[in-house]
Design a binder for this molecule. Structure first.
Ligand SMILES: [Zn+2]
Length: 314
């Protein structure tokens, strides 16, 4: 079953992003002023959590107080899972990054600041998705304070989904940036069934994973798959099939999963991005798992690509 039928960590469209409404500043201000609205505080790349590692959710006077001291407040969406009189609750994120960490923790009534990726196994899927979304959006705001064309200060619009240059003769609009990458499970050209795994530069001895790379300007996703496999592993691939995608806002990724079939068995690693690569049978992968070596990180799409492939054969 292709991965696009199932929700991967950090995705799932849990919030209604209300794109048609958030362009109206009065609508955003009215939602922000509602006592039921939820405010999620973040500090740099981390969410602020209570003593039990639950992300802090503020509303009412505590949310109003935090909004006053936050660097930026952005609208994330409407949460249909939390109904209130008059419609779903609005969810916002507040950035406290300019403060020292202990101050951000104290201001938000939290116990600590933690990366959502370290919490993913313990958070519900919707909570992890919303925290990752907030992290990625606030990261972009911190890096888009000035216009890349004229250098003037930019200001947020549309609930924080656009920034506009304030330069007199410019006015350029900036949208949150996404950097797509392909991640590929390459199958051997003939029997026995095998897949190609590699040890990436900097990875410890014996740590093998699927191949991946960023999409370059002027490339389709398929072009990127063919180029990356050829450059990194010296493998020509055909028979590409899309397997699903994963939001990866750490800070701005979109992981696009593919399968491909190599046209020949020969492998030639570049020695830089990939230190070694080889073909693995399903039995070899199961053996690795049995000895405590997981197939990819549990929150990442490569884990899903590998487990799907394993499930297809004995
Ligand atoms: Zn400008």
């Amino acid at each position: 079953m292709p991965t696009d039928e199932r929700v991967l960590a950090y995705g799932g469209g849990w919030l209604d992003r209300a794109a048609a409404l958030r362009g109206d500043p009065e609508w955003v201000s009215a939602r922000l002023a509602e006592p039921e609205s939820v405010l999620l505080p973040l500090w740099r790349e981390r969410c602020l959590v209570s003593a039990d590692d639950t992300p802090v959710r503020l509303s009412g006077p505590a949310a109003a107080e935090l909004r006053r001291v936050a660097d930026e407040v952005v609208f994330l969406g409407l949460d249909g899972g939390v109904p209130r009189t008059g419609g779903p609750v609005a969810v916002f994120a507040a950035d406290l990054s300019s403060r020292p960490e202990p101050e951000a923790v104290r201001l938000s009534g939290a116990a600590a600041a933690m990366d959502v990726r370290t919490l993913v196994g313990r958070l519900g899927p919707a909570e992890a998705a919303v925290q990752a979304y907030a992290r990625g959006l606030l990261h972009w705001h911190r890096r888009q304070r000035r216009c890349g064309s004229c250098g003037a200060v930019t200001t947020p619009r549309e609930g924080g989904h656009v920034r506009a240059c304030g330069g007199a003769d410019c006015g350029r609009l900036f949208f949150p940036r996404i950097e797509p990458a392909v991640i590929v499970l390459v199958e051997a050209p003939g029997p026995p069934a095998r897949c190609l795994l590699a040890r990436h530069g900097g990875a410890p001895e014996g740590a093998f994973s699927t191949l991946a790379g960023f999409v370059e300007v002027g490339e389709s996703l398929e072009d990127a798959v063919r180029r990356e496999m050829a450059e990194e592993a010296g493998v020509t691939v055909a028979g590409l099939s899309y397997q699903g995608s994963q939001a990866w806002p750490f800070p701005a990724g979109l992981m696009v999963g593919f399968r491909a079939v190599a046209t020949a068995e020969e492998i030639r690693v570049d020695g830089v991005e990939l230190l070694e690569a080889r073909w693995f049978t399903r039995d070899e992968l199961r053996e690795r798992m049995a000895t405590g070596r997981p197939l990819g990180r549990v929150d990442a799409i490569d884990h899903r690509l590998l487990h799907d492939w394993l499930a297809e054969g004995v």
